[in-house]
Every structure is written in structure tokens, then in C-alpha cells.
Design a binder for this molecule. Structure first.
Ligand code: BTN
Length: 324
């Protein structure tokens, strides 16, 4: 499969495939047949060989399970063609006792939710709209760290699958060339001392074209396809995401959050920049100095005072007077 992904438009002959992979022509033929049964579409030409026309792109539970190397994350999956919000169903399941790692997926959401009460556009079949149920045995104060962990997991996933380094705009927008391609919505249910469950909602724009976004969002939103020109199967992205997240999450439970936060800092496109932060009641302008261990953004105003930003929307200053 990798050979086809590396040369998406080219024909690869049975002979070439068999010599590069070191297997017989019959084995190649059987493998192509199996891939076709999974939904991959190949064009075959007598002398030229096979050309991959369309990758299988299903998010049905069994396609995710096939080859998934996690202990808990995504080991149980609920898939629906249509949902109001995967976070909403995951919450319902969590309240009914769903285990840690349950993954809720939908092809489309009619009421996808974003941060700060915004809506999240979830075009059918064009993205990964997913929610994980987590039950970490840590203090509720630590729940915000899960968003940081998830954003690092998304970045690492993009790096592995697309060979591309994306950035994190505080608090947890995943951006490429200044446009948002993924977002995370963490919802917590807790008592004073202990977490009942956390719903970690991750939305990734995979294959949208520009016209799939409303005009007013086009300057700010993009997809992995728009940024890279490559179509990657969503189940592969999701498998890598679950694996990357699980490794980081287990590290967090072992007390290794400091090193995860350092990775977050490395990927941050906010730290060290001049920013304008819109909060509900006011606006803060200054230099983003750092984030602390709780994910709070530290902004130094021009007069030297330090402002701790717990929630807000950040615009980065790119050119004199221009923010994005
Ligand atoms: C943000 O505003 O950046 C957060 C967006 C989170 C979107 C995802 S899509 C899957 C999950 N279900 C939802 O309703 N929202 C999250």
C-alpha cells in the first residue's frame, strides 16, 4: 500500500511490485484483490500494471480495529453515519459506565461543537469527528493537561502520516500555514476530588476542498488535503492518532507531563510572538512568553506586567498591523 501512496498517480507493474516487495506475482495479485474487497479502487492496464484510483476510506469499527496497536484507546468503537455530536454520545455512554478508551465516531455531525460555544462544521466523510472516553485517576485540576496531550498527539500523527510538521496555536488549535486544520474540545465531569470521566473530542479536517468551507471561514480554515495535496485514508490517520495519544496518555499517568509540555512548546506557533488575546470581557496585547504546567498562557504587556490567560482567542501578529 505504501508504494502506491508514494506514487499516487503512477502505474506500478506486477513485476516491479513483486521485485520491490520481494514476493511472488501471485501474492501481489492476491493482495490487490484483498485491498479491492476492503474498498480500495485500482485501475489495471495490461502492460502498465496497477494504479491506485481511490483509497478505502471507511471509519467503520472493523476497519479501524484491523491493525490497531493500542491497549485501550479505540478498542471499543461506536460508529454512526450521523450524530448531533460525537462528544454528546460519548458523554451519554460514559454516564452509562462506558470503559476508558471507548471511541465514538460519526461520518457527519449535525451539531458539532467547538470551543467557547461555537459550532464545528463536520462535512460528511471529509474529516475525523471523534470522541474518546477517558477515566484518568488524577485530580480534576489536571484535566486541562489532556487537551495539551491531545494536541501533541495530533501533531505527531500528522508528522507520521504526512511527513509534515504542523503548529499549535494556543490553546489547542492545530494549524498549517496559519489556517486551522484540527481542534480539540475537552469536556470534564468531576466531583471536587475526582474525575468521573473526560470526553476528549478531536476534529480533524482531512479532505475538504476550499468550497467545503463557508466563505467567511475560508481565510482561517483548511484541510490536510488542501495543505498537502495528498489524500490519506482516514482510518490510517485515526489508528496513528490513537496510538500516539495512548503513548502520551500513559506517560502522563506515570507523571511524565513535563516532557510532553516541552514538546508542546516546541510545536507552539504562539510562544515568543506578539499576540492579541480576545477574552470575554477585554483584550490583552503583548508578547506570549510561555505556557505554565496548567496550560495557562503568560503574556507580557508593553508595560512589563505579566498577564495569565486562562481562556481566550489568540491572534498572532504577522506583519505590521496584521493579525491572524
Ligand atoms: C475547537 O473549537 O477547536 C474544538 C473543535 C472540536 C470538534 C470536535 S469534532 C468531534 C467532537 N464532537 C464535537 O461536537 N466536537 C468535537
Amino acid at each position: 500500500m505504501r508504494l502506491f501512496e508514494e506514487s499516487p498517480k503512477a502505474f506500478l507493474s506486477g513485476e516491479e511490485l513483486s521485485s520491490r516487495l520481494g514476493v511472488s506475482r501471485t501474492a501481489i495479485w492476491k493482495h490487490i484483490k484483498a485491498l479491492r474487497e476492503e474498498g480500495y479502487v485500482f485501475e489495471s492496464q495490461p502492460r502498465l500494471g496497477y494504479r491506485l484510483v481511490h483509497m478505502a476510506d471507511s471509519l467503520q469499527g472493523h476497519t479501524i480495529h484491523n491493525g490497531l496497536q493500542t491497549r485501550t484507546m479505540g478498542q471499543k468503537i461506536i460508529f454512526r453515519e450521523i450524530l448531533d455530536s460525537t462528544n454528546a454520545l460519548a458523554k451519554e455512554e460514559a454516564l452509562n459506565g462506558a470503559p476508558e478508551g471507548l471511541l465514538v465516531l460519526a461520518e457527519t455531525q449535525t451539531n458539532g461543537r467547538g470551543r467557547r460555544g461555537r459550532s464545528w462544521i463536520s462535512q460528511s466523510g471529509k474529516g475525523i469527528w471523534s470522541s474518546l472516553v477517558l477515566r484518568p485517576e488524577v485530580s480534576p485540576m489536571e484535566a486541562s493537561k489532556l487537551t495539551i496531550i491531545a494536541s501533541v498527539a495530533v501533531i505527531k500523527t500528522i508528522e507520521k502520516v504526512y511527513n509534515l510538521v504542523a503548529g499549535i496555536k494556543w490553546p489547542n488549535d492545530i494549524v498549517l500555514e496559519g489556517k486551522k486544520i484540527a481542534g480539540i474540545l475537552t469536556e470534564l465531569s468531576a466531583d471536587v476530588e475526582r474525575i468521573n470521566h473526560v470526553i476528549l473530542g478531536i476534529g480533524i479536517n482531512v479532505s475538504q476542498e476550499e468550497a467545503d468551507f463557508p466563505k467567511e471561514l475560508q481565510p482561517f480554515a483548511s484541510s490536510l488535503y488542501l495543505s498537502t495535496g495528498a489524500f490519506m485514508p482516514r482510518q490510517r490517520i485515526l489508528q496513528v492518532l490513537l496510538q500516539e495519544f495512548e503513548v502520551l496518555y500513559e506517560g502522563f499517568l506515570r507523571g511524565e507531563f513535563a516532557s510532553i509540555l516541552n514538546e508542546w512548546r516546541r510545536y507552539s506557533v504562539t510562544i515568543g510572538k506578539e499576540v492579541v488575546v480576545d477574552r470575554i470581557k477585554d483584550q490583552v496585547t503583548g508578547i506570549a512568553i510561555d505556557v505554565d504546567a496548567d496550560g495557562v498562557l503568560l503574556v507580557q504587556r508593553e508595560d512589563g506586567t505579566l498577564e495569565r490567560i486562562v481562556a481566550g482567542d489568540v491572534s498572532l501578529r504577522r506583519r505590521e498591523g496584521h493579525y491572524s
